[in-house]
Write a protein that binds this ligand. Sequence first.
Ligand code: PLP
Length: 419
Amino acid sequence: MTNTRNAFPKGGRDWPDLQRDIRARCADDIDWQHGRTPLFVFRNDQETYEIGREAFFECFSENALGRKRAFFGIGSMEKEVLDFGLDLFSAPESGTGAFTSGGTESIFIAIKAAREAHRARNPSQRGDVLNLVVPITVHPAFDKAAEAMDLEMLRAPLRADKRVDPAEMKKLINDRTIAMVGSAPCFPHGVIDPIDELSAIALDAGIWLHVDACVGGWIAPFFTRIGRPTPHFDFRFEGVRSISADLHKFGFCPKPASTVFYRDAADLERATFKSNSWPNGPFETPTLVGTRPGGAVAGAWAVLNHLGIEGYEDAARRLAKMTDQYCEGICAIEGMELLAKPDLSIINYGSTEVDIFVVSENMMNRGWLSGLTREPKGMHAMMSLLHDGAREEFLKDLRECVDLARKSPNAEAKIQAKY
Ligand SMILES: Cc1ncc(COP(=O)(O)O)c(C=O)c1O
């Protein structure tokens, strides 16, 4: 067997040499700057991108873990970002939040808080397997949290409009349920679950409702504000106890940056990890990670202040127009249809005539990475304004790739839906 392990370098390479190497390594990446990946990257306009980047590097070395004892500037910017989120999501005065390094972390600590609240109310259940009641479309970050915290996942099916069926959620609740979850929107189909109905069920059953607004949370309220029929999903519904919302997705802020909000400050306490067992004394964080990039906080603070309400409304307008144009273009191709009516700019579409996975393979051969859903079989795109300029070329290629698939009806796709 050949040894493929790289030896620890001798050192001494200068920056121009390293930069050349980095660029060469990334040369074959998908052309994401021109909208050829429907995943992983987000962009508003060039100016917002540059402001986020500049602010990030302004505080490149600062550690947000030290925001209370050393890096007071990071602390003040973090507080402002959290205040803006509480305002955006209609949190009551008692509301509070934490700045985290991603959606998975925001979800993990909100679920931990829900578990602690359940344990406090049900001390006799200590050691029992507790559960989460979720839609089948919920993000795997919940499975990750459930696996780490030994929780069971009870999954409810969807209605025809691809939103979770609240009656099915209700049926799954039992005395071991620590929380229900709704997505705003769900990743697979881009639609917002009926949070108003889930909230009523949660209040009635006395159960925590977490809203996972990781992917669209920071932009969805602006879609509503500009008059799109995008439903509300936030603390205005009394049963909503926590919300996760990523800044590094449709907040257009540099990675890694997410937020988690609680209706009540006592729930932040429940989420907080506390230890007093080592020689250096008490240690606590409201996050899962310890060290956090100061640049992410400065970047988010700068982008939010740069865009403000007007900037996000403008982005929502441009995203909405672009999404409509993509949807119209896709539906104008014979045999193609939307699998759900998108609430934001995440679209899921399929075909009544050809194997959509074959179409997707054909598109990949032309340099378009596509997301796929397996149930129902469809192509999937999470579109930011990186995709605006690529629309005509994409739709032309899609039309040709559908034609190609129609000409070879026996073709079998080798690809499978895989994130
Ligand atoms: C709905 C939803 N929740 C959670 C996450 C997880 O976020 P992250 O990848 O930042 O951990 C994602 C990521 O796409 C998502 O779409």
